[in-house]
Design a protein around this ligand. Structure first.
Ligand code: NAG
Length: 928
C-alpha cells in the first residue's frame, strides 16, 4: 500500500492544477485566455490602415557596398505632410539592404540606422542561429546596380531569368521574370509598409499594455513593423504554421466574403484543447509562406521571432476591381524586431522548398528506430506497468520501438530525476527494453522547480542562467513543477550547461538507449499572460522576451539535442521531440502537433497540419494517434492508426484522464486491424528511411501535398485529404465514422495500383471506391519501385538483416524506377560514405540494380548481407514464366501471387520468388 498515498497525491495535484487554471468547464477551448487582434494594439491599428494612406516611402542614397545594395528609406515630406506632422519629430531614415544568393534568393533587410546621430541606444533583435552558417558563402557579389535614366527604378540580377526591381518613389520591391517582366512576388505594392522606430517616451505617454490582469511594461514603447506582400500568378498560398485547419490552402482572413476572421497568428502558445479549424496561434511558428498556381511557385520568409499576425486578403479587399486578378495579397504585421526577409523565385514548388532549405537547413537524419512506432501515455505508472505494456506488444505480435515516460516518472517534476518508489531501477528497465532492440524516451521540460535542494535549480540560480523578469530578478512562474524558473537558452553558455545535464554521469538513471522529449517549451507558464512568459521578461544581452518569444522553444530543443549528441561523443544521432518550434527546428529533431482531441475532425486536420509543417521545412512530424484528450471510439482509433502509419512521426499518446488504449484493449478484431496498420509502416520502413535521407539532403518533405508531385494538375491544389509519401505512394484518409465509400482523385497520366489488392486505376480521374474496415485507400504510382521488408520483428533493430521485397508498379511503357538508401541506422558514419544507395530501374523486361555513387568521400564503408527475397511485379502482362539473374545466369520461377502477404488479397501480381541477389550488389534480372 505504501506507494498508494504518494500516487494519490500526485494524481490530485495533476487534476487540481488544470482545474484551477482552466476553471469552469474542462472541455472547451478557452478563447478568452488568448488575445485577439483587436486586443493587440499593433495588430488592431495596422489592420485598419488602407492602401497608400501613409506618407509615401522614398528610396535614396543607393550604394553598392561589399557586394550588397544599400539605401536609405524615408517618408516623403510633402508640404501637406509637414503641416499634419505637427510636433512629431522628423523620422530618421531607415537602412535598407538587398543581397542576392545562389539559386534565386533575394534577402531584404530593413532596420534602424544605428550610426545616425539620434540613433536609439537599444538595438532591435535580429534572430541569430536560424540562418545556416554557410548561407553567406552562397551570396552573389553585386557588381553594380543598373538604374533607369530618370533614376526611378533600379534593377538587379537575381538568377537566370529572374531579376529584382527596386522602385524608388514610392518604395516597392518586385521580383520578376526578366523576359516577360511578369512580377512573381512584390513588397509594398499597396503602400502599407510601416516601421515604428524606437524613440523617447513623450511626456504623459503611457506605453503599458494590459491583458486579463497582466501588465506589460513595454519599456521600449511601440516598435511594430507591417507591410504587404503580393504573390502574382498565384492561385493558392500555403504555409505559416502552426494553425489547426482542415484546409491545406490558406483561406482569406479579410476582404469581401470574409466575416470577422482573425488574421493567422504566429505566437507560440500552450493551447488547451485547440479547435480543429482556427487561425489562432498554436505551439510553433514559421513565418514562411509559399504560393502555387499553374504559372509556378514562389516563397516568402520573414525571419522575425516576435508575435506576428498575417492576413490573407480576399480579392477586392482594396476596393480594386475584384475578381480575376490572378494575384494573392497578404499583409504581415509583427510586434518588434527587424525586416529580414527572403524571397524565393521557384519556379517549381520543389525549387521553393530547396531555396528555403538552403537558408534554414534540412532535417537532421534520425536514427532508424525513431521513424518506427512509438508508444506513449501520460503516464506509464511504474516499472511494472512498463514491463506489462512492453510484454503486451510481444504477446500480440505488434512491433514497436520506443516506450515513453511523461512527467510523472520524475521526483516531483524535477527533470533528470526519477520517482524512486515507482521507478527504483531505471537503468535496468531501459536495458530490458534495449535487449529487444527497443528504446525509451523521458520528458524534460524547461520549467525548473524552484527548490534549493534540486541541483539543477541551484546551479542555474548560482550561475545566473535563468530568464529574468522585467525588474531583473529570476523570472518565477507556475508550471507542472509549481513555482519554476526557465533557463535562458538564448545564451550559448546556458545551452552548453544545459547540454551537459544529459551526460550519462549527470543524468542519473539514464542509459545510452534513452532519448528525450521537450514539452511545454513555448514556454508554457500557467499563471502568465496567455499561459506564457511576460513579454517584458529579459534574456541574455538585454533582449526582451517579446522579441524572441517564438524562437525560445527552438533554442531549448537545440540545447537538448546537443546534450544527447555530446552524451555519445558525437557518435549517435540524437532524438528529441519538441512541441514548440520555429524556422530551423528541423535541424534539431522531430515535432508533433500537440494536444489534439479524440474526434474525427482532428483526425482530418492532422493531415493539412503535417503537410504544412513539411512544406515549411519540418518533415519529421506527426499527430498523437487517437487524440490526446478524450476517449476515441474504437473505430476512430483504428482509422487513426491506419492514417498515422503514414505520418513521418508515428506515436500514440493519451491524456492522464483517458482510458487505457494500448492496441490490444479493444477486442481481437480491432487488435488485428491495428496490428495490420502498424505492420504496414514497418513493411515500408526501407522506403521511409530512404525518403528521410532524401529530405535531409534536399529539404523535400517525406509526406507531400499532391501538387508537389503534380504541380500542373489544378485539381490537386486544394486537396487536403490525400497526400503522397515520396513520389510513389498516395494515401487517402478516411475521416468519417461508418464511412462506406470515398471519392479519391488520382492525379497524373499514369495509372495507380491499389496497395490493398493490386487493382489498377487510371490517373487523372476521381474514383469512387468502397471503403473497407481493414485499411484506408493507398495506391502505388505506376512507374515506381518501392522497397519493403515483410518479416515482422519486435523492433526495427531486429529487422536489420531481414531480406527485402521490391514492389514494382509498371507504367504503360512497362517501366519503373526507385531507390533504396541504407546505413547503420544510428551513427554519423554515413557522412563519411558508410552507406548503400541503390537505384532500381525496370525497362525492356529487365530489372537493373546499380549504385548511386557519391564518388568523393568514401572514408568509411557500410556493408550489408541482406538479400532480395521477392520481387512483386504489377502491371506486367501475364505469360512471364521465369526470370534469369545475372551475374550467374541463374534461373528462377515467376508465379502469380498476392500483392501483399495479407490473407485473402486478390492476386493480380506476378512474383519472382527467392531471386536471392544481395541488396548491395549490381545485378540484373530479366523476365522471360
Ligand atoms: C514510365 O516510367 C519510367 C520510369 O519512371 C519513365 O521514365 C517513363 O517516362 C514512364 N513512361 C510513361 C509513359 O509514363
Amino acid at each position: 500500500m505504501a506507494p498508494l498515498t504518494p500516487l494519490l497525491l500526485r494524481y490530485l495535484v495533476v487534476i487540481l492544477i488544470p482545474l484551477f487554471l482552466f476553471s469552469s468547464s474542462a472541455s472547451a477551448w478557452k478563447k478568452d485566455e488568448f488575445r485577439n487582434c483587436n486586443q493587440t494594439p499593433f495588430c488592431k491599428c495596422a489592420r485598419t490602415r488602407t492602401p497608400h494612406s501613409l506618407p509615401r516611402l522614398i528610396v535614396s542614397d543607393l550604394l553598392i557596398s561589399d557586394g550588397h545594395l544599400t539605401a536609405h528609406l524615408q517618408p516623403s515630406l510633402s508640404s501637406e505632410d509637414d503641416v499634419s506632422a505637427g510636433d512629431t519629430p522628423h523620422p530618421r531614415p531607415l537602412v535598407l539592404r538587398l543581397s542576392v544568393y545562389q539559386d534565386g534568393i533575394l534577402r531584404l533587410k530593413i532596420d534602424e540606422d544605428y550610426s545616425a546621430p539620434s540613433a536609439p541606444s537599444k538595438q532591435r533583435f535580429e534572430v541569430p542561429d536560424v540562418v545556416l552558417p554557410d548561407f553567406e558563402d552562397r551570396r552573389l557579389w553585386l557588381p553594380r546596380v543598373s538604374s533607369t535614366e530618370d533614376g526611378s527604378i533600379s534593377s538587379l540580377y537575381l538568377s537566370d531569368g529572374f531579376e529584382v526591381v527596386l522602385r524608388h518613389d514610392p518604395f516597392e520591391i518586385q521580383v520578376r521574370r526578366k523576359r516577360s517582366n511578369d512580377p512573381i512576388i512584390s513588397l509594398n505594392s499597396h503602400g502599407l509598409f510601416e516601421f515604428e522606430q524606437l524613440r523617447e517616451k513623450k511626456e504623459g505617454e503611457d506605453w503599458e499594455e494590459r491583458f486579463r490582469g497582466h501588465t506589460d511594461t513595454r519599456p521600449h514603447g511601440p516598435q511594430s513593423i507591417s507591410f504587404d506582400v503580393s504573390f502574382h500568378g498565384a492561385e493558392f498560398v500555403y504555409g505559416i504554421p502552426e494553425h489547426a485547419s482542415t484546409s491545406l490552402a490558406l483561406r482569406a482572413t479579410r476582404g469581401p466574403g470574409v466575416d470577422h476572421s482573425e488574421p493567422y497568428r504566429l505566437f507560440n502558445l500552450d493551447v488547451f484543447e485547440y479547435l480543429h479549424d482556427s487561425p489562432f496561434g498554436l505551439y510553433g511558428s514559421i513565418p514562411f509562406m509559399l504560393s502555387h498556381g499553374l504559372k509556378g511557385s514562389a516563397g516568402f520568409f520573414w525571419l522575425n521571432a516576435a508575435e506576428m499576425q498575417i492576413d490573407v486578403l480576399a480579392p477586392g479587399w482594396d476596393d480594386s476591381a475584384a475578381a480575376g486578378n490572378d494575384r494573392i495579397d497578404t499583409f504581415w504585421m509583427s510586434e518588434a524586431g527587424i525586416v529580414d526577409t527572403f524571397f524565393f523565385v521557384g519556379p517549381g514548388p520543389k525549387d521553393v522548398l530547396q531555396q528555403y532549405a538552403s537558408v534554414t537547413g534540412t532535417l537532421a537524419m534520425p536514427q532508424e528506430f525513431a521513424i518506427a512506432y512509438h508508444q506513449c501515455r501520460w503516464n506509464y505508472r511504474d516499472e511494472e506497468d512498463v514491463a506489462t505494456v512492453d510484454a503486451g506488444f510481444d504477446e500480440h505480435d505488434i512491433p514497436y520501438d520506443v516506450l515513453w515516460l511523461d512527467i510523472e516518472h520524475t521526483d516531483g517534476k524535477r527533470y533528470f530525476t526519477w520517482d524512486r518508489v515507482l521507478f527504483p531501477n531505471p537503468e535496468e528497465m531501459q536495458k530490458k527494453l534495449a535487449a529487444k532492440g527497443r528504446h525509451m524516451v523521458t520528458i524534460v521540460d524547461p520549467h525548473i522547480k524552484r527548490d534549493d535542494s534540486y541541483y539543477v535549480h541551484k546551479e542555474a540560480t548560482d550561475k545566473g542562467y535563468y530568464v529574468k523578469d522585467a525588474t531583473g530578478k529570476d523570472f518565477d512562474g507556475w508550471c507542472w513543477s509549481g513555482s519554476s524558473s526557465y533557463p535562458d537558452t538564448l545564451n550559448p553558455e546556458v545551452r552548453e550547461w544545459w547540454a551537459e545535464k544529459f551526460s550519462l554521469k549527470n543524468y542519473g538513471g539514464s542509459t545510452p538507449s534513452l532519448y528525450i522529449w521537450n514539452d511545454m517549451n513555448e514556454p508554457s507558464v500557467f499563471n502568465g499572460p496567455e499561459i506564457s512568459m511576460p513579454r517584458d521578461a529579459l534574456h541574455f544581452g538585454g533582449v526582451e522576451h517579446r522579441e524572441l518569444h517564438n524562437v525560445y522553444g527552438l533554442y531549448f530543443h537545440m540545447a537538448t539535442a546537443d546534450g544527447l549528441l555530446k552524451r555519445g561523443n558525437g557518435k549517435d544521432r540524437p532524438f528529441v521531440l519538441s512541441r514548440a518550434f520555429f524556422a530551423g527546428s528541423q535541424r534539431h529533431g522531430a515535432i508533433w502537433t500537440g494536444d489534439n482531441s479524440a474526434d474525427w475532425d482532428q483526425l482530418r486536420s492532422s493531415v493539412p497540419m503535417i503537410l504544412t509543417l513539411g512544406l515549411t521545412g519540418i518533415s519529421f512530424s506527426g499527430a498523437d494517434v487517437g487524440g490526446f484528450f478524450g476517449n476515441p471510439e474504437p473505430e476512430l482509433l483504428v482509422r487513426w492508426y491506419q492514417l498515422a502509419a503514414y505520418y513521418p512521426f508515428f506515436r500514440a499518446h493519451a491524456h492522464h484522464d483517458t482510458k487505457r488504449r494500448e492496441p490490444w484493449l479493444f477486442g481481437e478484431r480491432r487488435t488485428a486491424l491495428i496490428r495490420e496498420a502498424i505492420h504496414i509502416r514497418y513493411s515500408l520502413l526501407p522506403y521511409y528511411y530512404s525518403l528521410f535521407r532524401k529530405a535531409s539532403i534536399s529539404g523535400i518533405p517525406i509526406m507531400r501535398p499532391l501538387w508537389l508531385e503534380f504541380p500542373e494538375d489544378k485539381k490537386t491544389f486544394d486537396n487536403s485529404e490525400a497526400f503522397m509519401i515520396g513520389e510513389g505512394i498516395l494515401v487517402q484518409g478516411i475521416y468519417e465514422e461508418g464511412q462506406k465509400s470515398v471519392s479519391v482523385y488520382l492525379p497524373g497520366e499514369q495509372s495507380w495500383y491499389n496497395m490493398r489488392n493490386g487493382a489498377a486505376y487510371s490517373g487523372g480521374q476521381t474514383h469512387k471506391l468502397e471503403v473497407f474496415e481493414d485499411s484506408i485507400p493507398s495506391f502505388q504510382k505506376a512507374g515506381s519501385i518501392v522497397p519493403r521488408k515483410y518479416r515482422f520483428r519486435r523492433s526495427t533493430t531486429q529487422m536489420a538483416n531481414d531480406p527485402y521485397t521490391l514492389v514494382i508498379a509498371l507504367n504503360s511503357s512497362l517501366a519503373a524506377e526507385g531507390e533504396l538508401y541504407i546505413d547503420d541506422g544510428k551513427s554519423y558514419d554515413f557522412e563519411q560514405g558508410a552507406y548503400i544507395h541503390r537505384r532500381f530501374v525496370f525497362s525492356n523486361g529487365k530489372l537493373t540494380s546499380s549504385t548511386i555513387h557519391s564518388a568523393s568521400l568514401r572514408e568509411k564503408k557500410f556493408s550489408s548481407s541482406c538479400t532480395v527475397e521477392r520481387i512483386i511485379l504489377l502491371g506486367l502482362p501475364s505469360g512471364a514464366k521465369k526470370a534469369v539473374i545475372e551475374p550467374g545466369n541463374h534461373e528462377t520461377e515467376i508465379e502469380p501471387g498476392p500483392l501483399t502477404l495479407r490473407g485473402g488479397a486478390s492476386s493480380v501480381a506476378l512474383v519472382i520468388r527467392k531471386p536471392n541477389v544481395r541488396i548491395a550488389d549490381d545485378w540484373t534480372i530479366k523476365v522471360l
